[in-house]
Design a protein around this ligand. Structure first.
Ligand code: ADP
Length: 159
């Protein structure tokens, strides 16, 4: 069984992420969306909330599992016996960081392959940060996130 891991912060998951997950679910038997735990940065959503939102937003896609992970990605990849790390590439600006990460991961484990997928044109400009900014100023985020995420964001912003 071929497994890909799609790591990220997903705070929150948006249509760009979901586009990548949908493409990957056609290419791999199992796609593990892995929410990376970051002790240094307090997020908008908690880890549990992020996992829950991704699960709800991707439940129609075959072979997708969602989990949280901590520590080195290369160790987690071995633990779940994945054969690829999946990343999304939006623009040239993503490339430098992604290139560095992919080569660093390869130097930690030379068998590890990183695969990049491009999203559809409509979601190429999306990022979690921009979605949060638009929502915080009362903008309409309907086209950028699934309904569950929109509702959860509205709930949080009310508090
Ligand atoms: P962000 O907070 O920038 O949305 P994450 O850390 O959650 O990003 O991203 C996880 C992965 O998803 C990264 O590989 C990132 O490049 C990718 N990604 C983020 N937004 C998009 C998008 N709109 N289209 C395709 N890939 C994306």
């Amino acid at each position: 069984m071929k497994t890909a891991i799609y790591p990220g912060s997903f705070d929150p998951v948006h249509n760009g992420h979901l586009d990548v997950i949908a493409r990957a679910s056609k290419l791999w038997d199992r796609v593990i969306v892995a929410v990376a735990l970051n002790h240094e940065k307090e997020g908008f959503f908690t880890m549990e909330e992020r996992v829950d939102l991704i699960e709800k937003a991707s439940c129609h896609l075959e072979g997708v599992q969602v989990t949280a992970f901590e520590g080195l990605l290369v160790d987690y990849v071995k633990e779940v016996e994945a054969n690829a790390v999946l990343r999304g590439l939006r623009a040239v600006s993503d490339f430098e960081y992604e290139f560095q990460m992919a080569l660093m991961n390869r130097s930690l484990d030379e068998t590890l392959e990183t695969v990049f997928l491009m999203p559809s044109q409509e979601s190429i400009y999306l990022s979690s940060r921009i979605v949060k900014e638009v929502a915080a100023f009362g903008g309409d985020i309907d086209r950028f996130v699934p309904l569950v995420v929109k509702q959860a964001m509205a709930q949080k912003l009310k508090r």
